[in-house]
Ligand binder design. Sequence first.
Ligand code: SF4
Ligand code: SF4
Length: 164
Amino acid sequence: MYGASSVQAQTLFVRKGAKIIPEFKQAMLDYMERHGFNTIDEMKGIIIPQIMSTDQIINVYDQTKGVVIAEVDNSKCNGCGVCEDTCYYDAISVKDGMAMVDDELCQGCGACVMNCPVEAVSLRNLDLLIELGRQWAEQYAPHFVELGTVAYDPRDVKKYWQKQ
Ligand code: SF4
Ligand code: SF4
C-alpha cells in the first residue's frame, strides 16, 4: 500500500520456516477478498496520499504516551523472550521466566503484541488508539474507512472499523 512492488519478510521465515509460505499466501488472498481487491496493483500506493504529517503524529503520540502500553498476562507468558528481542525501546524484559513491562519506556508500538507466540501481551487502552485512528481516518481518508483498509491490526479490521 506504500507503493512497493515487492516486500521482504525475514523474521517470519526464520521463526517458522518455509512451510509458512502457503499460509502467508493464503492470508494475503483472504485479505484481498475481504476488501474487494482483485490484484496487487489495485492496492499499490493507495496509502501514500494519506501519510500523516509529523505534527499529526505528535498530536496522537501526546495522547497515547503512557496510556497505551503493553501488559503481560502472567497466566499465558512462558518466558520465551521473543518480546524482549522484538522491543526497540528496551521496555519489556524477561525476569524469573516472566516478561515484565517498564511503563515509562513503553511506547505502545505493539511490536511485542504482534510477535508473542502465545498471545500473552496486549495493549492497555487500545480502544483509545483505535478511536484516534478512526477519527484520523474519517477526517483524512474516509474512503479507506469504507473499504476497511486502515486498521491497527488487519486481522481485526472489520471489528475495529465498523461505523457505529
Ligand atoms: S513473547 Fe510472550 S510468552 Fe514470550 S516472554 Fe514475551 S510475553 Fe512471554
Ligand atoms: S508495545 Fe512496543 S515499546 Fe511497548 S513493550 Fe511492546 S514492543 Fe516495547
